[in-house]
Ligand binder design. Structure first.
Ligand SMILES: C[S@@+](CC[C@H](N)C(=O)[O-])C[C@H]1O[C@@H](n2cnc3c(N)ncnc32)[C@H](O)[C@@H]1O
Length: 396
């Protein structure tokens, strides 16, 4: 278990400073032994369970709530073990991070409902927003539990938040045409997929949920603590008055693929790229197709022991990235360059590109908290290249 001793905070009552145990129901789905709030602390209401028909190893999904966490409250519908684990994850969130004087406001954006707009210039890689999941729901719950009983529990999950949390959550965009319940609509319109305790979950973050999708987004999300905390940072300089956007789907897709994928989110994309002139859309699609093809060819060339060809293709990929603003691809491609030079025995260039890859990751905030000097991180990379090479040779 990830549970270790920690200091008390809102989710850990002072009388229970040890590892939170899973509060599991009896065979009837009840909690007869939990009589007083202290018995079910750190949750602030008695857990409620609903029988589930699938998967077979999970007879019940239960609602656990704490109405104080992060002021807005936190409700999770999941298994007893995942709920207990999530308390431990939230424990490590202290001290709660907050951005004082946020550089944005929420306004109406034509064709997209509300959106987030910069109120002053935001520098590349600057953190814009930190947010916490207010409502988390196991994906299995949506298929295993009777639909109407499921809706009832979802509504109880929202009622168990703080008044502000409930107002913020139910005030979010609700644009799904498939939803038959208002909380389901909030989930369908706003939830991000995350993994908790090895199980797929949907998580709604009330502030991040106001950020619209961009096909060349100027910001990106970093999910922390198994997705219970999320931080948004600028992918490039953002000017005052500019809309802040993130990508809801994998970056680099063509207009047709974007349309398909965003259909699952239930909307027609009105981002700058999707609304551009047909000639611009076609030029962007052609570049994106070329990048995708080159990425595949480079892997094939490398695996076929043609490092010089792989090098040429990777250089071509890197030259195409700026036009499409595909910033997450840089660290990957620099690492590939390092790998190729490593295989060629050119350690000077291998070090140069491995360093570039690490620099980009560090600037983007992905290796915060990773311990080790730069030299140790480089050594780790050489070991990884060596192990990958050995594995590949063994497979051949
Ligand atoms: C997570 S919410 C974003 C905030 C939302 N606009 C609001 O008013 O709260 C997702 C919804 O916003 C709208 N949306 C987001 N990005 C969009 C885009 N690029 N084009 C059109 N609508 C968009 C869609 O209605 C989508 O279902």
């Amino acid at each position: 278990s990830r549970c270790t001793s920690s200091s008390p905070h809102l989710l850990t009552s002072s009388s229970k400073q040890t590892c939170p145990l899973p509060l599991a129901p009896d065979l009837d789905g009840d909690f007869p032994l939990l009589l007083t709030p202290l018995d079910y602390s750190p949750w602030t209401s008695l857990p409620i369970c609903e029988a589930s028909s699938s998967p077979p190893e999970i007879p019940y999904f239960c609602l656990y709530s704490n109405s104080h966490h992060n002021h807005l409250g936190y409700s999770i519908i999941t298994t007893p073990e995942v709920a207990a684990d999530s308390v431990q994850i939230l424990d490590t969130a202290l001290p709660r991070r907050q951005i004082t004087d946020p550089p944005y406001k929420v306004v109406d954006v034509p064709g997209k409902g509300k959106g987030v707009v910069a109120t002053r210039k935001i520098k590349k890689y600057q953190e814009i927003m930190v947010d916490y999941a207010a409502l988390v729901v196991d994906i299995g719950f949506t298929v295993g539990v009777d639909v109407w009983r499921g809706y009832k529990l979802l509504n109880k999950a929202v009622d168990a938040l703080s008044d502000q949390g409930k107002a913020d959550l139910m005030g979010l965009g609700r644009t799904s045409e498939q939803a038959r319940d208002e909380v389901e609509n909030v989930l369908r319109t706003n939830a991000f997929a995350t993994e908790l305790g090895g199980r797929g979950h949907m998580a709604v973050y009330t502030a991040v949920s106001r950020i619209n999708h961009g096909c060349k987004p100027n910001a990106y999300t970093r999910f922390i603590q198994d997705g219970l905390q999320v931080s948004v940072a600028a992918a490039r300089d953002i000017e005052e008055g500019e809309e802040v956007t993130i990508s809801y789907i994998t970056l680099g897709k063509t207009s047709k693929e974007r349309k398909e994928r965003l259909k699952q989110w239930g909307f027609e994309c009105a981002c700058e790229l999707c609304s551009a002139k047909p000639t611009e859309i076609e030029a962007s699609d052609a570049r994106r197709r070329q990048i995708e093809e080159l990425r595949e060819y480079a892997v094939v060339a490398f695996q076929a022991n043609k490092p010089y060809q792989a090098l040429r293709l990777t250089r071509q990929i890197i030259s195409l990235l700026p036009a499409e603003e595909l910033f997450p691809f840089y660290s990957e491609q620099y690492e590939n360059m390092a790998r190729i030079f490593y295989v060629l025995g050119d350690m000077k260039n291998a070090e140069l590109y491995a360093g570039k890859s690490l620099d980009v990751l560090a600037e983007q905030g992905y290796i915060q908290g990773v311990t080790g000097t730069r030299q140790e991180l480089l050594e780790m990379m050489w070991k990884k290249f060596q192990a990958d090479g050995d594995q590949f040779k063994a497979a051949r």
